[in-house]
Design a protein around this ligand. Structure first.
Ligand SMILES: C[S@@+](CC[C@H](N)C(=O)[O-])C[C@H]1O[C@@H](n2cnc3c(N)ncnc32)[C@H](O)[C@@H]1O
Length: 487
């Protein structure tokens, strides 16, 4: 081969390596969206990128480092030498840029605003700062969807933002009302909510925001806790030409509330295949128990009609849509009040509403997911001391959730990885007890352990794709160690 041909081949090879697995398309209903420009395989990374801007999550007003947003334990934390706001260590400059610090100091913000007030304004301020600090990043922000017209129609929200952000920011820095409301819209519509218990943040990314929504999507994502680099991966194979999608809502939430949540945050009514099907792909995750015949499932007649009535699939019972909404809201609040760490109260909830909510109801699944996570870990419920009854409950809940997640999050979903890990523990403890008490044969024990190894191996393969330093990645390591100790 000649030198020229060699060079050309090398160039083509490099281009193939650097070319993106997606292209940006536009449609009248979706705006811009991403489409696979080649066949993408299961687990393949589609996007890896750094954030344009990072800020605290909404409602986080506890003491956090202004540089990296890690939660600070006490009042004894350090303060930035210049601007006097809390930092986790001297000069934590990760996202506390010099320009920002100089501005805070020049305006003596620590004297004018409490830390909580600053924290509330911090993210919009950081995005607005990009205009001078990084015009190329601000240009990306300017092209993002802010849904200003729809937001103006929501007078309550508009006024609230005017009072909570616009007037306060304008008293500190010279930005127009229009610019500030635009940035607030961009943040609400395009942000990724990231982090963990220690650090709850929101971030804007330069490309990932372009993914359109689908309730049963084909990607999952993870962020690096140190750098906040976002990695978007295919959770199943994606064919060339297929949209690359993300779920803007929550899987374990029924269509009525999920659609409302997406509409209020993203300003469109989802009409995907899950939303259009009253049975939600035969998971019956929203079904109520019929109090008339006690046998049928009560489902929306038309799941795309938010206020529409619900009918029993076995008898003539009809419920008005607004009654169903109030019931679901009340039960959701009751579960929220219980919180995720109260075994007794969660169990009481499951028993109290077993004649109201269907067996797979999402509120039950939420309670069961909490129970799966705490049974075996919490004081009084340590795995080796769990009764056979609780071991069985944990196993049953995990299996029930896995069946639903297999339909609503097909592929290598993170939730599947977590559930497989939770499932292995009660099976293994129970097997160990049975062999010690000579209730099962050695052969039965060995074959059952193989099943446990299979669960752990799949969990490891799913969760190893999470970013290092995340809780899920730690679980992948634990799963691998458990497999190694059993084989
Ligand atoms: C994060 S942005 C996505 C990028 C946006 N399409 C753009 O052009 O900048 C979210 C917005 O995209 C549109 N969108 C995304 N998924 C959609 C869907 N499944 N149906 C209708 N609109 C959708 C909505 O306008 C939504 O508020």
């Amino acid at each position: 081969m000649t030198n020229k041909k060699n060079k050309q081949k090398k160039l083509q090879h490099n281009l193939a390596l650097t070319s993106l697995p997606y292209e940006v398309k536009t449609s009248s209903s979706l705006g811009r969206y991403l489409v696979a420009s080649k066949n993408i395989s299961y687990g393949e990374t589609i996007i890896t990128e750094e954030p344009i801007a990072v800020g605290p999550a909404l409602g986080v007003n506890r003491a956090c480092c202004i540089g990296c947003f890690i939660q600070l334990d006490s009042e004894s934390h350090e303060k930035c030498e210049k601007c006097n706001f809390p930092v986790c260590k001297e000069n934590c400059t990760k996202y506390h840029s010099k320009a920002e610090c100089d501005f805070f100091k020049e305006k003596s913000l620590s004297e004018k605003l409490t830390f909580n007030e600053l924290f509330d304004l911090l993210f919009p301020l950081k995005v607005l700062f990009l205009k001078t600090a990084s015009p190329e990043k601000f240009e990306i922000v300017q092209k993002m969807e802010a849904h200003i017209e729809e937001r103006k129609l929501n007078k309550e929200l508009w006024e609230k933002y005017q009072h909570q952000y616009v007037s306060k920011i304008q008293s500190l820095i010279n930005f127009s009302e229009e610019e500030i409301q635009f940035v607030l819209g961009v943040i609400d519509v395009n942000c990724f909510e990231l982090g963990d218990q220690q650090k709850q943040i929101r971030a804007l990314y330069p490309s990932a925001f372009l993914m359109s929504h689908e309730c049963v999507c084909n990607t999952r994502h993870t962020d690096d806790p140190q750098t906040n680099v976002l990695k978007v991966m295919a959770c199943r194979a994606i064919r060339k030409g297929e949209s690359i999608t993300i779920n803007y809502g929550y899987t374990l939430q029924g269509t009525l509330m999920r659609r409302q949540y997406i509409y209020e945050g993203k300003y469109f009514w989802c009409t995907c295949k899950r939303c259009s099907d009253p049975t939600e792909l035969r998971t019956y995750i929203s079904a109520l128990v019929c109090k008339n015949c006690e046998d049928g499932k009560v489902l929306p007649v038309d799941s795309l009609d938010q206020g529409g009535s619900w009918n029993c699939n076995k008898c003539s019972l009809t419920l008005q849509g607004d009654k169903v909404s109030s019931l679901l809201r009340a039960l959701y609040n009751e579960l929220e009040e219980i919180g995720p760490h109260n075994v007794k109260k969660q169990e009481e909830f499951l028993s109290k509403y077993k004649n109201v909510l269907g067996a797979n109801h999402y509120l039950f699944l939420s309670a069961k997911y909490s129970l799966c996570q705490i049974l075996g870990k919490m004081d009084g419920y340590v795995i080796n001391e769990l009764s056979e009854e609780y071991l069985r409950k944990k196993e049953t809940y995990c299996r029930q959730l896995l069946a639903v997640v297999g339909i609503l999050e097909p592929g290598n979903s993170r939730l599947r990885g977590m559930l497989l890990y939770e499932l292995h523990a009660p099976i293994m403890v129970s097997l160990t007890r049975q062999i010690q008490e000579q209730k099962i044969s050695v052969n039965k024990f060995k074959s059952s352990v193989k099943e446990v190894v299979r669960l752990l191996t799949e969990s490891f393969n799913i969760l190893k794709l999470e970013s290092e330093g995340t809780g899920e990645y730690e679980i992948s390591i634990a799963a691998k160690q458990a497999v190694d100790s059993m084989t």
